[in-house]
Structure formats: structure tokens, C-alpha cells
Design a protein around this ligand. Sequence first.
Ligand SMILES: C[S@@+](CC[C@H](N)C(=O)[O-])C[C@H]1O[C@@H](n2cnc3c(N)ncnc32)[C@H](O)[C@@H]1O
Length: 321
Amino acid sequence: MDHVSVLKSDVEKLLDLKKGEIVVDATLGLGGHAMMLLKNIGKTGKLVAFEQDERNLKEAKKRIKEFAKGETKNVFYISDNFRYLKKRITEIGIKKIDAILFDLGLSSPHIDDSNRGFSFLNDGPLDMRFDERNSLTAEVVVNEWKEEDLARIFYEYGEEKYARKIAREICSHRKTEKFTSTLQLATFIEVAVCGGVGKKWREKIHPATRVFQALRIAVNDELKALSDALDQAAEMLNIGGRIAVISYHSLEDRIVKQFFKKLEQPQVSMQESIYRNHGDSIFEPITRKPVVPTDEEIAQNRRSRSAKLRVYKKVRELPQS
Ligand SMILES: C[S@@+](CC[C@H](N)C(=O)[O-])C[C@H]1O[C@@H](n2cnc3c(N)ncnc32)[C@H](O)[C@@H]1O
């Protein structure tokens, strides 16, 4: 399937980049948004692109090179997690940025390639690492983590109401048989929740969907990485600079919403916070409500159906801590 970037024209309009600006694409993926950003900043601007998946990074570089007709001196690729935003950007001599985009989560190759272990539509190893240089895989989590830790991540990261039951049954089963494949785990969960394979489940989604989401978040430490990166992005933006975040589930969206709420209304119970600044907003929302894809976009790209775009503008410097 060809790769389609989500809410691309909305991001373009709301980030409102000018020629010569410095923009960060924190989640390069296959480079769809990045090419649009590059077009908007022109040859005098700079694009810094993070991607922790080496395969995607390689493919994106190829596409961007073709798009820019080989003129990519103003593009800086960083093969790392965006949680190291400040350190890695400062290393290349950039102190402040004008805009940053986060388009969170998976890209289509992650889902389409069953060997990556993100999907249970086709069988694959229990992997789920974005960055294959890391050692923690879903197989390690499922077979080695304590029952209470499994129950906690299924509940917190998957919002799974049968978290305890599923964790208990996994821990009992793994004493005799290890979990090694996505289909094996998905079928096991289906039986644990519904009492049998193919028995009707009440919700629209497969009973293993939430557990798979939880495992992916745990393997990649996604929520902590996002919080860390938002902190650094808020600090690195110039006054007037913008941040756009596209999230795909409520946990990510909540982190983004709450983070900026603190910076929009810093006087609200901020006694102990480093952001305390006597009530002046540090960020203002450009989008009061999240922007969501049109029915037409969803029809063309099903993955966009859960997307929410929020954009904020920095209006004041953060107080020194
Ligand atoms: C939704 S895709 C981005 C698609 C991209 N905007 C495009 O138009 O092609 C998300 C990408 O971000 C990467 N990613 C996710 N979390 C990351 C993180 N913490 N650090 C760096 N890259 C990350 C994933 O590997 C994936 O390739």
C-alpha cells in the first residue's frame, strides 16, 4: 500500500511556515510530511528529522533526496528516539527552533510487514520494536514480566477491563508453553476473554487489540518518550513558534492536552511547578478543538480514522527554573 500522510494540508496550514525557518519533524516515517515542511521552508530553511526505525529512515532519505533533486544540505537526519530532542539538536549546532511536528505511533510498513510483530492479522514474531537496536521485545514482556506488571500495562496502556484475568491466564499458560507469535497470543486472549475461538465478542474490535496496544506502548516506552519530548520542544521553540501533534489514541491525546493546559493557564495550582509564572500563558492553542480527518480522508486512508491534530503557539518564554 502506498504511504499517505495524515492531515497533511491541515498541518501545512496551521504550522504556517516561512522561508528560512528551522523546523523539526520528530517522526519522519516515510517522509511524507517532511517533504511538505521542506517545500515550505525553502532552501534557506533547515529541517531536522528524527526517526528511530532505521528501515523507515533509509526509505525516507531516498524519497527526500529524489524530491529535493539531490539538494539536501539543509536536511539533518537523526537516527534516534525523539526523547533525546534537545541533546541531539544542540549537537548539530541548533539552539532554537521555529516549529515542530509529532505524527505519533506506527507507520504503514510496521503494520504491513508481519515480521515486525505489530499486527495479528497475519502471524509474526512477538517483536513490536520501533528501534530494532533495543533489546526489549513484546516476547520478553509477555514471557518474563511479573503478573502484576502485565495487569498494570494492560489496564493503563490498553484500558483493558479484563487486564487482571488476561495477565493471570498468560502467566499460568507460559509455565508450559512460551508465547512466541502474534497470532498465538491473539488467539489465546480471544479464548481467555470470550471463552472460545470465534465466539462472538461484544465490541467492534478484536479482544486482543487493547493488549497489543499496551504491549507496543510498553516495549517502546512511548508515553514517557512523548512527555519528555514535549518538555524539550516547549523549551526549544522560539516565541511565535508552533508545535503540532497528531495522536492516534486517547492516552497520547490526554498527555498532549494536559501538557499544554498547564502552559495555557499556568496560574492553576502550579505552586510547585517550574512553569509557574504568575498566570501569563506560555502557549496558546491554535486549534481550540482537535482537527480530525474528513470522511473523504478516512475513506482513502483508514489509519487516519482515529487521528487528532492539536497545534499550539509559544507566546512567552518559560520561566527559568
Ligand atoms: C505515523 S509515522 C510518521 C509518518 C510521517 N509523518 C510521514 O508522513 O511519512 C510515525 C513514525 O515515527 C516513528 N517514531 C515513533 N515514535 C518515535 C520516537 N519516540 N522517536 C523517533 N521516531 C519515532 C515511527 O518509527 C514511525 O516511523
